[in-house]
Design a protein around this ligand. Structure first.
Ligand SMILES: NC(=O)c1ccc[n+]([C@@H]2O[C@H](COP(=O)([O-])OP(=O)(O)OC[C@H]3O[C@@H](n4cnc5c(N)ncnc54)[C@H](O)[C@@H]3O)[C@@H](O)[C@H]2O)c1
Ligand SMILES: [Zn+2]
Ligand SMILES: [Zn+2]
Length: 379
């Protein structure tokens, strides 16, 4: 039994910004009070991992164990843990849910304050790390998850037990991208039957917005992407139209004017899933006067700012943002898994590549290929 003892296992360590990850053996300490040690079975690579690895993330800390889209099985739990037990199938949650803090009790947001401060500093709530390399150096945690390790330790508020019949290889994607887009459409924007929708950027996040809007029976779902390789995926996930702003605009036309023409005055809901602040402005300005709302999901580069003329808001357009699709991980993941099992929530369709964990650096390269939605790694 490994319970209560450190575990030696394989992990991908990020020692330096811009450098490949090093797959090596590390030590993962036993979980302390209110902590859970998880045997990660599958993890995927998301853009936020690449963003931090690139070095442009001002909050990035090295050396660290990246990864935040992961699923596995609880190996052991620390004192006082009641929400999961050894053997439970679980998804790690970078958006914690303590059910006790001001945020959790507000009923207005999925942001939770419980582990916020220490999570941002790359440590567990007691201020220390559970990861060490062979030289004895401490490795930082990442987003409260660190799924690029065969074993990881997370706070009990950062993990949810799920239905064991759901394949971990698929549902690991509910740890970030798929949930983010789906929640942004069905919860943050709350798209209704007959509404018109435009989605800027059709990677995993944008395509999951598309599927959420389709499930809600939006009348028009316009997918906007500068990469034609995304077109087939867009229709597969429920888009009714596809516009490539690089090639599909006539002389004098802008993406905003084209979208307004296509929808008799503008859209009920638009979504930025690119992280580009110019696109965010276009998404807002393509909204219908009086009520159109634009949801920012994309993560902009450090220091970037958004702008528009205030008149756009005075005349009724609304600018909002969404983190993790507004989904409360512990309360709502079960419902998403049920929707997945019923076939209402596509998840498997996002897995375009599968690799063994040792090929994790290739998985980062896959991200930059137009035809790749998600690469799932298997330990
Ligand atoms: N808010 C959150 O909780 C949250 C969670 C996960 C990811 N994100 C962010 O969401 C964004 C999308 O993530 P993803 O995994 O889908 O990324 P992705 O790179 O797979 O998809 C982005 C898509 O945008 C397209 N694109 C780029 N520039 C464009 C432009 N000017 N106009 C139209 N399309 C353009 C690309 O071709 C690509 O298809 C990223 O910024 C990511 O960091 C946010
Ligand atoms: Zn992510
Ligand atoms: Zn909370």
């Amino acid at each position: 039994m490994s319970e209560g003892k450190p575990i030696q296992c394989k992990a991908a360590v990020s020692y330096e910004a811009g450098k490949p990850l090093v797959v090596e053996e590390i030590t993962v300490d036993a979980p302390k009070a209110h902590e859970v040690r998880i045997k990660i079975v599958n993890t995927a690579v998301c853009h936020t991992d690449a963003y931090t690895l690139s070095g442009v993330d001002p909050e990035g800390l090295f050396p660290c164990v990246l990864g935040h889209e992961g699923a596995g099985i609880v190996e052991s739990v620390g004192e006082g843990v009641t929400n999961v037990k050894p053997g439970d199938h679980v998804i790690a949650l970078y958006t914690a849910e303590c059910k006790k803090c001001k945020f959790c009790l507000s009923g207005k947001t999925n942001l939770c304050g419980a582990v916020r401060a220490t999570q941002g500093k790359g440590v567990m709530p007691d201020g220390t790390s559970r990861f060490h390399n062979k030289k004895g150096d401490t490795l930082y945690h990442f987003m409260g998850c660190s799924t690029f390790s065969e074993y990881t330790v997370v706070a009990d508020v950062s993990v949810v037990a799920i239905d064991e019949s759901a394949p971990l290889e698929s549902v690991c994607l509910l740890g970030c991208g798929v949930t983010t887009g789906f929640g942004a459409a069905t919860k943050t924007a709350n798209v209704q039957e007959g509404d018109t929708v435009a989605v800027f950027g059709c990677g995993t996040v944008g395509l999951s917005v598309v599927q959420g809007a389709a499930l809600r029976k939006a009348s028009k779902i316009i997918a906007v992407d500068t990469n034609d390789q995304k077109k087939d995926y867009c229709f597969q996930f429920g888009a009714t139209d596809f516009v490539n702003p690089k090639t599909d605009l006539k002389e004098g036309e802008t993406i905003v004017s084209k979208l307004i023409d296509m929808t008799d005055g503008g859209l009920d809901h638009t979504f930025d899933c690119t992280g580009n602040t110019k696109v965010m402005r276009d998404a807002l300005e393509a909204c219908h006067k009086g009520w159109g709302q634009s949801i920012i999901i994309g993560v902009a580069a450090a220091g970037e700012e958004i702008s528009t003329r205030p008149f756009q808001l005075v005349t009724g357009r609304v600018w909002k943002g969404s983190a993790f699709g507004g989904i409360k991980g512990r309360s709502e993941m079960g419902g998403l898994i049920e929707q997945y099992k019923r076939g209402d929530l596509k998840v498997d369709e996002f897995i375009t590549h599968k690799r063994e964990f040792d090929e994790i650096n290739q998985a980062f390269d896959d991200l930059h290929k137009g035809e790749c939605l998600r690469t799932v790694l298997n330990f």
